[in-house]
Design a protein around this ligand. Structure first.
Ligand code: ZN
Ligand code: ZN
Length: 601
């Protein structure tokens, strides 16, 4: 029997129910003497992917995007979504809900505009300390206040699914590079140095990295939901449903004490000494419990975040292998796509076929996110997600943008290629070439220690800027090791001040989008590596990027005359490396395709 697809193309909400559910919610709001209620998309763990029981926003409003929230008042209900979802939200919610442009419109300002005074309820487990403090500060003196209360959606959601119960499993040292004891000893040193007795960890990928466990509680990210209280003696308390840990054996050992998740709050209030909390990801409820119990808290980043981001040599070695196998699957896919008769394929056909090529690898456990399979004008939506309703046939003369990745036991991949479907207009080829120039500029860059995303992002845009063009998203994001495909703290973006360090994995994905016409993006993953110091230099530490992704870039859209000699050399060398590394992994007909796709220009 074939396994079910990792990606679903069904519309996963029922917007027609929205008006009645909103009426029920308002009834509960009024019964508590509140004037409104916040309904976030996030779960307790602030995850990008949430379990079915945590899809409260979609259940209430019909909106299924991966970010956003609803603010319900007596006579209006705003659905706040960012630039990615402005079109989608209009097609998904009924007119009892009003789409609001976020973050341009801030929640406190919107509340002030729609309410003269009153109390807004919220579930303190679903909002971070920073978020609630930020709102409260901005509402100061307005007559509007925030007040924690029980989860009102859970009260009215009759057939709410159960919490996920996927089996957690030990993540072997051959993949992780360090035992959890080694990791715990390192983190314990950091806590001791900071004079802290314990740290509260609520992010599931932090928990997964620290204890070398993985799970399957949500789609596309191999995590197990739970909480950790980590102590400066390197021991830890793990709050996770016992049944989930049934096959983990003695992996955790005696220094990890097990508890049920519902004892987490009670246990927090017994801590002593100074406790580290990360205001950007601990739930407001955690901070309140500690404060009410008179426990000293110190605000600092979750101590696992930086060591998790800087991959060790074993993780990097494993990731290189995963990327080569993923590249082979991508080449088989691209060869297959080129051989199909135009007009016979839809976006869904393309996404299903690509998943099939990745599934041939036994180390694949999931795709790393829902594949963006976008043809023609749909490619102009950077985060387009194909459903049966939006599905479109590929057409001659259009481009096809495919952004996808795999979760392999030895690494997480993320790659975008834009493919010419038949001959392309020169304007498309020029834009494609400029995007490629930006992508090459980042790939070739050398930079001193201390540089952050905001210092490097412009290199990806220079060629586009010169032509009066730009793209409206960051150039890249951090990537986890068999964890989340979007992992902080580093980013290649104008907003990021986090300095790059050796071992960090980043995406390099400039693009260009012409609304209602076409979209282009080219994406490789890179690793920050120390670079050899030039003899005449005065910089003490120099970094460069090692490329992990080796899949041909569509030469049918490269205007060679626009490239400098250095850019041509980079592209030809890159393609030669693709041939050297991938050729022997391919079927005979894909080898012929690869030869042609990597010809020197
Ligand atoms: Zn991607
Ligand atoms: Zn990406």
């Amino acid at each position: 029997m074939t396994k079910a697809l990792y990606q679903s193309f069904e519309d996963q909400s029922d917007p027609d129910q929205g008006p009645e559910r909103l009426r029920l919610l308002r009834h509960e709001i009024a019964a508590r003497g509140l004037s409104g209620y916040l309904v976030p998309r996030t779960d307790v763990h602030q995850g990008e992917y949430v379990a079915a029981r945590d899809e409260r926003l979609a259940w209430l409003t019909g909106f299924t995007g991966s970010a956003g929230f609803c603010t319900v008042l007596p006579t209006c209900a705003g659905v706040f979504v960012d630039g990615r979802y402005r079109v989608q939200v209009k097609t998904q919610v009924r007119d009892v809900f009003t789409p609001v442009d976020w973050p341009e419109v801030k929640v406190p300002d919107w509340l002030r505009g729609n309410l003269t005074e009153g109390t807004i309820g919220f579930d303190p487990w679903l909002h971070t300390l920073s978020e609630i403090e930020g709102y409260s500060k901005a509402l100061d003196g307005s007559g509007i206040t925030l007040s924690p209360c029980e989860n009102l959606i859970d009260l009215i959601w009759r057939d709410q699914p159960e919490a996920p119960m996927a089996n957690a499993f030990a993540y072997e040292e051959k993949y992780a590079g360090k035992t959890h004891l080694q990791k715990r000893q390192d983190i314990a040193c950091a806590l001791k140095d900071a004079g802290q007795n314990a740290a509260v960890i609520t992010l599931p990928d932090s928990l997964a990295w620290l204890l070398n466990i993985r799970g399957g509680d949500v789609s596309h990210v191999p995590i197990a939901h739970g909480f950790v209280i980590f102590h400066s003696d390197a021991s830890a308390d793990l709050f996770m449903t016992k049944e989930k840990l049934s096959s983990i054996g003695d992996h955790l050992g005696p220094d990890i004490r097990m508890h049920t998740p519902d004892s987490f709050g009670k246990y927090l209030s017994t801590l002593t000494g100074s406790v580290r909390i990360d205001p950007d990801n601990v739930p407001m409820a955690v901070a309140s419990i500690l404060t009410n119990a008179g426990i000293a808290t110190e605000r600092a980043q979750d101590p696992t975040i930086l060591p998790k981001a800087c991959k060790n040599s074993v993780e990097l070695m494993q990731a290189r292998g995963a990327h080569l196998r993923d590249a082979a699957a991508m080449c088989e896919f691209l060869c297959w796509l080129d051989a199909q008769a135009i007009g016979t394929l839809s976006e869904i056909d393309v996404a299903v076929a690509l998943e099939g090529f990745r599934r041939a690898d036994p180390a694949l456990t999931d795709i790393s996110f829902d594949t963006i399979s976008a043809s023609g004008p749909n490619a102009a939506l950077p985060h387009y997600s194909v459903t049966k309703a939006s599905n479109r046939q590929l057409k001659e003369g259009e481009v096809m943008l495919v952004d996808s990745g795999g979760q392999y036991l030895d690494g997480t991949t993320d790659i975008t290629r834009t493919i010419a479907v038949g001959p392309q207009p020169d304007a498309v080829k020029r834009a494609f070439t400029r995007v490629l120039q930006g992508m090459i500029a980042i790939s070739k860059l050398r930079f001193p220690a201390g540089m952050a995303g905001r210092d490097l992002d412009a290199f990806a845009r220079a060629a586009l800027w010169a032509a009066g063009q730009d793209f409206n998203h960051g150039t890249g994001h951090g990537v986890g090791h068999f964890l989340s495909v979007h992992e902080g703290p580093q980013r290649l973006s104008r907003q990021s001040t986090i300095a790059f360090e050796a071992g960090m994995i980043l995406s390099n994905e400039p693009g260009f989008y012409q609304e209602n016409q076409f979209g282009i993006r080219t994406e490789n993953l890179l690793v920050v590596q120390p670079a050899a110091l030039p003899e005449e230099g005065n910089i003490k530490t120099l970094f460069e990027f090692e490329t992990l992704t080796f899949v041909p870039i569509d030469l049918r859209m490269v205007m060679a005359e626009m490239l400098s000699e250095h850019e041509k050399i980079w592209l030809n060398t890159y393609h030669q490396t693709c041939r050297d590394k991938i050729n022997h992994r391919l079927s005979a007909h894909s080898r012929v395709w690869l030869d042609q796709a990597t010809r020197p220009i």
